[in-house]
Design a protein. Structure first.
Length: 319
């Protein structure tokens, strides 16, 4: 996924949410609808979330230092995880509290045309933001389903915006349903029920985002297709004959560390091995552009070493 695509989706979502938040708070002031208040806080929280994603993207571009030799690419994961926390607390928990209070102390909705009009406007604006996120995601989604894309994407921005926009659209429909039933029955309890549904939805989305971002924070390796390309690129069939074992780790969405022990011919000279390793690194970078940090260790192939894996303690002499 290109960083520019994620940035376009974030900016589209930020613009839509700021406009929607302002309109919802105006509607709440005139109508007293708790669904409008909950949705207004939700849109404000979403705006803050998109700002966090932009800050994370900017901080991730800092150059590597002695203290952080692999750079700051994981800043994007940190800020995406913060988004899930904000969505859970400011969005979901506040909506649950507001819905509970509305059910305990229901009151009629005044000036019904304000919340209804704002909700229709918000659905259109969120639809535009959601359409932008879908369009940008399709550039890199390929044949993956949407569920697979959210689970396997290494760049967190587009999955976050996609889930936020989806949650916002469903939440708006729930809010419209709650307001409509409350108006039809003249019973404000239904407005509170709609607000509870919105809070539950936001908490579910926040938990999904937290789980996916946590996996990225812990450290994920390259996907199966990338691993196959890297393995094929390392082996040249003459000097580098096989990959004994290999480990990969995403240092950031667009930066991959590759560490491998490779098999070379036992009678090759040190010069020949060094040249073969350099050539293998060039092939890997050509096959997988995200492979920025590559460490290849030459060794003589051994079935025991290959079966033991990369832990030196499992094989005498680390072989």
């Amino acid at each position: 996924m290109s960083a520019s695509g994620g940035t376009r989706a974030i900016i589209a979502a930020l613009s839509a949410n700021l406009a929607i938040a302002a309109s919802k708070f105006v509607a709440f002031a005139f109508s007293g609808s708790s669904s409008m208040l909950a949705e207004g806080v939700h849109s404000l929280a979403d705006s803050g979330n998109q700002a966090l994603l932009l800050v994370g993207g900017k901080k991730a571009k800092r150059a590597a230092t002695d203290e952080h030799p692999f750079g700051y690419g994981r800043e994007r994961y940190i800020y995406a995880f913060l988004v899930s926390i904000v969505l859970f607390s400011v969005g979901g928990m506040f909506a649950l509290y507001e819905g509970y209070e509305k059910i305990r102390h229901p009151h009629a909705i005044d000036h019904w045309y304000w919340p209804v009009g704002v909700l229709v406007f918000a659905i259109v604006a969120e639809g535009f933001s959601f359409r932008t996120a879908i369009k940008e995601s399709n550039h890199s989604r390929g044949s993956l389903s949407w569920t697979e894309f959210v689970r396997r994407a290494k760049a967190p921005e587009l999955p976050v915006v996609l889930l936020e926009d989806l949650g916002a659209l469903i939440g708006l429909i729930l809010a419209l349903a709650g307001v409509s039933v409350a108006l039809a029955t003249d019973n404000g309890v239904w407005d509170g029920i709609g607000t509870l549904c919105i809070g539950t939805l936001l908490i579910i989305i926040a938990l999904v985002l937290a789980a996916e971002t946590k996996s990225l924070l812990i450290g994920e390796g390259a996907g199966p297709e990338s691993l196959a390309r890297i393995r094929a690129a390392i082996v040249d069939g003459s000097t580098v004959t096989d990959v004994i074992h290999m480990r990969t780790l995403h240092l950031g969405p667009e930066e991959l560390l590759v560490a491998a022990k490779v098999a070379v011919q036992h009678d090759d000279t040190a010069t020949e091995v060094a040249r073969a390793i350099d050539a293998a690194e060039q092939r890997v970078r050509a096959a997988e552009p995200f492979a920025r940090v590559i460490y290849l260790e030459p060794d003589i192939y051994s079935e025991a070493a290959a079966a033991a894996g990369p832990d030196p303690a499992q094989t005498p002499g680390g072989r």
